[in-house]
Design a protein. Structure first.
Length: 282
């Protein structure tokens, strides 16, 4: 009887053991990584949908890790995405224009309207390239003169201030947008007209004006202009500085008699005395 009862217990426990084994197998299946499961599911789905080679390839692509897909996408984007196919880097364009012998291209670029300042990148690029055009002697001289007269950009004017053509330097000397140090340098130019024009430029410092008034190579016309500073011209200028310039004019041997006669009646006693002394010596 005991043997029969043991047999019955074994029979009753067998389904439980089978159920436990099935649960363990299910747990192992559930432990598979989500990515692997997704890849397998994707492969099964796509393969089941169609037996074609294209569908099989798509299933393989879908099973790639996210990082591999991202790298593939980045590699497919062109390097100059968003730029024209003929886009040329700034440095390449600058060097090409600087050494170009194509006068027509250089002239066209010199006369091309500047981009709106709101487009800062385009505006900066255009002004940088104008420097290359301005410094190229193959640019027609009339275009270089126009740039020298109209450009407010120091980098362009500096290039033009050392141009081999005196007429270009004269145009720079008369530009009201010159920096005082640049126009001051032109007051020492080898060309007398460049010096005279620079001395008449309102951007010229008082130091340079004084040196010009003392220079015996300064033309009588320019000396007459300097003799009016602080009196008829720039009446709000410093009395001390302007009177020093007028006195230097009175002592300059190149000063014309009409200039000396006007200075002899100057409001500054030192200026008037110097002018009267010169008149007596004539």
């Amino acid at each position: 009887m005991l043997g029969d009862m043991s047999e019955l217990q074994e029979t009753a426990q067998e389904p439980a053991r089978q159920a436990g084994a099935e649960d363990a197998n299910q747990s192992q299946k559930d432990a598979v990584r989500p990515g692997d499961a997704a890849a397998a599911e994707s492969t099964e789905t796509n393969t089941g949908a169609s037996g074609s080679t294209a569908d099989s390839d798509n299933a393989t692509d879908n099973a790639l890790p996210a990082s591999s897909s991202a790298l593939a996408a980045i590699s497919a984007v062109p390097v100059n995405s968003g730029k024209p196919d003929d886009f040329e880097p700034l440095t390449d364009t600058y060097e090409r224009l600087r050494h170009s012998h194509d006068s027509a291209e250089l002239s066209e670029f010199a006369r091309r309207p500047l981009p709106d300042k709101a487009d800062q990148a385009a505006f900066s690029r255009a002004t940088a390239l104008l420097e290359a055009v301005a410094g190229n002697p193959s640019t027609p001289i009339e275009d270089r003169v126009q740039l020298a007269q109209t450009m407010p950009f120091p980098n362009v004017l500096v290039k033009l201030s050392v141009d081999s053509a005196p007429e270009v330097r004269r145009a720079v000397a008369g530009n009201a947008d010159d920096k005082n140090w640049l126009v001051g340098r032109l007051t020492k130019d080898e060309d007398a007209q460049v010096r005279d024009i620079a001395l008449r430029n309102g951007r010229t410092s008082w130091k340079m004006r004084l040196e010009g008034a003392q220079n015996p190579q300064t033309s009588p016309e320019t000396l007459d202009f300097l003799a009016k500073l602080g009196a008829e011209l720039e009446s709000s200028a410093s009395d001390v500085l302007s009177s020093m310039v007028r006195r230097a004019v009175a002592l300059n041997p190149q000063a014309a008699r009409p200039t000396l006669e006007r200075l002899a009646a100057d409001s500054s006693p030192q200026v008037a005395k110097a002018a009267r002394s010169r008149l007596q010596d004539q």
